[in-house]
Design a protein around this ligand. Structure first.
Ligand code: ZN
Length: 137
């Protein structure tokens, strides 16, 4: 008799990379990877140049539905951002997100670099405020 339990929807749990305890999803936004040109699409998705060119022609930026950064919570280690990537067999691999991973998403939160989507004017203004504060102190 077949095991009925195997019909249950498979929910994958993610152990903490530090202590192996179960991590909890926080329902944070998923920051998907995106690729800006055919060469990048081809390299990241490991597909043919023809397919990559096709995808690049369809979208100004290709959003990868199977790679994203999401926030998790460990009772022991607090919140952490993980890079998740869904494999072709539906299993999800993950590791701690690195700075270069954030650079691959369309919502850069790396505070050490000016956001390229912020206009040059806004960037100059923010620097000006910074220098004024320096001068006052
Ligand atoms: Zn932990």
């Amino acid at each position: 008799m077949p095991n009925k339990r195997s019909k249950r929807k498979k929910v994958q749990h993610f152990p903490c990379p530090f202590c192996e305890m179960r991590l909890w999803r926080l329902g944070s936004p998923k920051y998907h990877f995106f690729y800006q040109n055919a060469a990048e699409i081809r390299r990241k998705l490991k597909i043919s140049a023809k397919k990559a060119n096709f995808l690049a022609a369809q979208n100004s930026a290709y959003v990868d539905p199977s790679s994203w950064i999401e926030e998790f919570f460990c009772n022991e280690h607090g919140t952490m951002w993980l890079l998740l990537s869904r494999q072709s067999d539906e299993n999800i691999l993950y590791r701690l997100a690195r700075r270069e991973d954030w650079e691959q998403t369309n919502k850069t939160i790396d505070p050490t670099k000016p956001n390229p989507s912020v206009s040059e004017f806004t960037y100059r203004m923010s620097r000006k405020v910074y220098y004024q504060k320096q001068a006052q102190s």
